[in-house]
Design a protein around this ligand. Structure first.
Ligand code: SF4
Length: 221
């Protein structure tokens, strides 16, 4: 049984593949937070701005088989897309709680190139075409090789230096732009200051590149 909060067709908003059309599959549940506000203060990851609880979102649901989920996602790719390579980004929540080799095979059978965006705390199954690791707080990262490392910055317990021994083709800093605590919105000056701090860090440490949430800038999901 696969539990999916929501699934939708959009443009990848961040990182090395920003701007590329993709079906996003947001799996339910995370291992670093329950998703409930009452638990945020004691969670490992406290700045999450994503609703990953349940299966009631757009195109969400429970899928008994990998094939059923793969077909459901394939139907979200435009029919008239000759010459394109269908691309699915598995995210969450924490997708590696559910994404397994069986589902990757089923997605490949539907013609998808398969990417995952994970917090890196669980081993990745074989067969993934693109792995993006986004470390969170003090959580130990067990994936030691990935295509891109994308760190939300700044995080008090997760300075970029801590992750340089993870092999990646791309190292990105993404300025923190979400509420840090329940009911506590992040005013624009703070957001701008995080962007400025991330910019300064990249200038001082050129291995790191700045990535912005393009999907928010252009007003899509
Ligand atoms: S690891 Fe990701 S999905 Fe889980 S609570 Fe943190 S930001 Fe949200």
């Amino acid at each position: 049984m696969y539990r999916v909060k929501e699934a939708f067709y959009t443009l990848q908003g961040e990182g090395a593949r920003a701007g590329r059309a993709a079906v996003f599959c947001r799996f339910s549940k995370c291992n670093l937070w329950t998703g409930r506000e009452k638990d945020r203060a004691t969670a490992v990851c406290r700045f999450c701005d994503t609703d990953f609880v349940g299966t009631d979102g757009q195109n969400g649901g429970r899928f008994d088989t990998a094939q059923a989920l793969a077909e459901h996602l394939r139907a979200l790719w435009p029919a008239d897309s000759e010459g394109s390579h269908p691309y699915v980004v598995c995210t969450g929540g924490e997708p590696l709680l559910q994404l397994d080799e069986t589902l990757i095979v089923a997605l490949h059978r539907q013609g998808f190139e398969v990417a995952v965006e994970t917090n890196g705390t669980l081993p990745a199954p074989a067969g993934l075409d693109w792995v993006c690791v986004s470390p969170k707080s003090t959580a130990e990262v067990v994936i030691r090789r990935c295509d891109e490392l994308k760190l939300v910055y700044p995080q008090q317990d997760a300075p970029p230096e801590r992750f340089l021994d993870i092999q990646a083709d791309h190292y990105f800093l993404s300025p923190m732009a979400s509420p840090a605590l329940p009911d506590e919105g992040m005013p624009d000056p703070v957001r701008q200051s995080n962007t400025a701090r991330a910019t300064d860090y990249c200038l001082a440490h050129p291995r790191w590149r700045l990535t912005l949430q393009m999907h928010k800038l252009v007003g899509i999901d």
